[in-house]
Design a protein around this ligand. Structure first.
Ligand SMILES: Nc1ncnc2c1ncn2[C@@H]1O[C@H](COP(=O)(O)OP(=O)(O)O)[C@@H](O)[C@H]1O
Ligand SMILES: CC(=O)N[C@@H](CCC(=O)OP(=O)(O)O)C(=O)O
Length: 259
């Protein structure tokens, strides 16, 4: 839908959201745009698992999610972080509403590989009507990346970058921004300001992009394959608006050459 902007807030920067961040959301709204926030929370989940002495491991960048781990993921993401973000937005004069991906069947998913990853899912459907309705009455949805299976009886843990990309494609957002703790994709300590999908894949291949940046860039590429024209990776300390210079990495699809 026209004017939707999906903003993914990484767990790495949720505790340090800047005045610039909140100002940007306010200005986006006053410019008639409709922000939708999807949040992560990897570091907070790690901390809670550690304090409960529950072991967990990552397989290809995804948290292997047992029953026990899923309870903690839900408690931290939907119980704590969604509400922390909503409160921050409200305190800055932005009317926001927290919603878990399993509420109202917002995010449907199926398990990727139960043996290898436990309750980790891939999104199969997004109920975008909920998001159209919430944003049409001026609310900023704040989404926790937990989905429900088709039968409605099993929760699935979704990587937050992946969830944000699926939501952006489903609502036909005009833009997706991945807000994180670095000012963009870095190469030799400098920001890669613009790149095509192909260039990004080669930075993954040569090891320039590693760790948590891999699922983020892959989600950005997925959103471009899904029809979006550009995806940005920016810092939580930056303005998110055009007009003011946005510091970050913009990824665009390769231009098709028409003879
Ligand atoms: N080429 C790169 N440029 C920038 N960051 C990178 C790069 N390669 C790996 N990273 C790492 O990716 C991290 C961001 O991913 P992650 O920690 O998962 O963030 P978030 O919680 O915001 O999703 C950075 O803090 C950095 O350590
Ligand atoms: C399946 C999977 O790995 N889910 C993630 C969900 C949170 C997330 O993605 O948080 P960040 O954006 O901070 O990384 C997890 O359990 O950590």
């Amino acid at each position: 839908m026209d004017g939707m902007i999906v903003i993914k807030c990484g767990g790495s920067m949720i505790d340090t959201l800047s005045t610039e961040f909140f100002d940007s959301i306010k200005k986006l709204q006053s410019n008639g745009l409709k922000p939708i926030i999807v949040h992560g929370g990897g570091p907070a989940i790690n901390k809670m698992l550690e304090s409960l002495q529950i072991e967990s491991e990552f397989v290809n960048g995804l948290r292997k999610t047992t029953d026990e781990v899923m309870n903690v993921v839900e408690m931290v993401l939907s119980g704590s972080i969604t509400n922390q973000l909503v409160r921050g937005l409200q305190a800055n004069g932005i009317n926001a509403i927290g919603i878990t991906g399993s509420d109202g069947g917002l995010l449907k998913a199926k398990a990727i590989d139960k043996e290898k990853l436990g309750f980790v899912g891939d999104i199969t459907a997004v109920n975008e009507t909920i998001l159209y309705n919430l944003t049409s009455i001026g609310l900023v949805p704040v989404i926790s990346p937990i989905a429900i299976n088709n039968n409605g009886d099993e929760l699935l843990n979704i990587n937050a970058d992946t969830a944000a990309a699926a939501i952006a494609v489903a609502v036909k957002a005009s833009k997706i921004l991945f807000v994180t703790d670095v000012p963009g994709v870095l190469k030799n300590n400098e920001i890669v300001e613009t790149a095509t999908s192909k260039e990004m894949l080669s930075l993954i291949d040569d090891g320039t992009i590693s760790g948590g940046m891999i699922p983020k860039v892959k989600a950005a590429l997925h959103s471009l394959e899904g029809g979006m024209t550009e995806a940005m990776i920016v810092s939580g300390q930056s303005y998110l608006l055009d007009g003011k210079k946005i510091v970050g990495t913009t990824i665009r699809k390769e231009l098709e050459i028409v003879n």
